[in-house]
Design a protein around this ligand. Structure first.
Ligand SMILES: Cc1ncc(COP(=O)(O)OP(=O)(O)O)c(N)n1
Ligand SMILES: Cc1nc(C(=O)O)sc1CCOP(=O)(O)O
Ligand SMILES: [Mg+2]
Length: 198
């Protein structure tokens, strides 16, 4: 399966209600610091919205909720991997997207047979505090040479204007948060993204 090249990430299913109808076909629900029953309800809602629009939903962090809700994809970081039941995720048939930031993390990620590998932050991000400096485009090229056919996601400070460079460097997919959510016109920005990644 070839994954769509544009991968927006949102912290509320209401973003999906607004933006999936524009043609987004791959989306992550990334909810933090929220009671689990609210996350569960949001995942169920997001899953229904994605099914209705023919979009792929990736649930961040909450692997048990993703299993319970019948989702197809989960995204886990390296710390999340320590606390996850990978066998249960596999039994439920979910595919894994995994974060990587250095070569040791990449080697570890590859040992889980991931559905995609994310590398970040390619550029500085304002979304969250990270111990990692910006990785630069060259790192995407290096990662792609190692992972071959596994889809490579570029994340961190990505924008419509930066997407072409990431693709040229080896990314298959570009993920973005604040370039959309902090834009004065999120719908217009998503239309630009869809045009730039078509
Ligand atoms: C596509 C994508 N790449 C990286 C991340 C970050 O995951 P993680 O390191 O677990 O950090 P949190 O997002 O959980 O704060 C991601 N969510 N999606
Ligand atoms: C959630 C996340 N993970 C990253 C990583 O490098 O693993 S960078 C990032 C934030 C992405 O947000 P924005 O597009 O606003 O920079
Ligand atoms: Mg995580």
């Amino acid at each position: 399966m070839t994954l769509p090249r544009f991968y927006p990430i949102f912290d509320d299913f209401r973003w999906l209600e607004r933006l999936l109808p524009l043609g987004v076909k791959l989306v992550q629900l990334r909810i933090k610091d929220t009671p689990e029953d609210i996350v569960r309800a949001a995942v169920i809602k997001a899953q229904a919205l994605c099914r209705a629009q023919g979009a792929i939903l990736v649930v961040n962090d909450y692997w048990q909720i993703a299993i319970d809700a019948g989702c197809d994809w989960i995204h886990l970081g390296q710390e999340d991997l320590d606390d996850s039941d990978i066998a249960a995720i596999r039994r439920a048939g979910l595919k894994l997207g995994l974060s990587t930031h250095d070569r040791a993390e990449l080697d570890r990620a590859l040992s889980f047979d991931p559905g995609y590998v994310a590398l970040g932050p390619v550029y500085p991000t304002i979304l969250k505090k990270m111990k990692w400096q910006e990785q630069g485009l060259e790192k995407l090229t290096e990662w792609k040479a190692v992972i071959g056919d596994i889809p490579l996601v570029a994340i961190g400070g990505m924008s419509v204007e930066r997407a072409a460079g990431a693709f040229e460097a080896g990314a298959d997919i570009v993920a973005a948060v604040t370039d959309i959510t902090l834009n004065d016109d999120p719908e217009g920005r998503v239309r630009q993204w869809l045009g730039a990644t078509a």
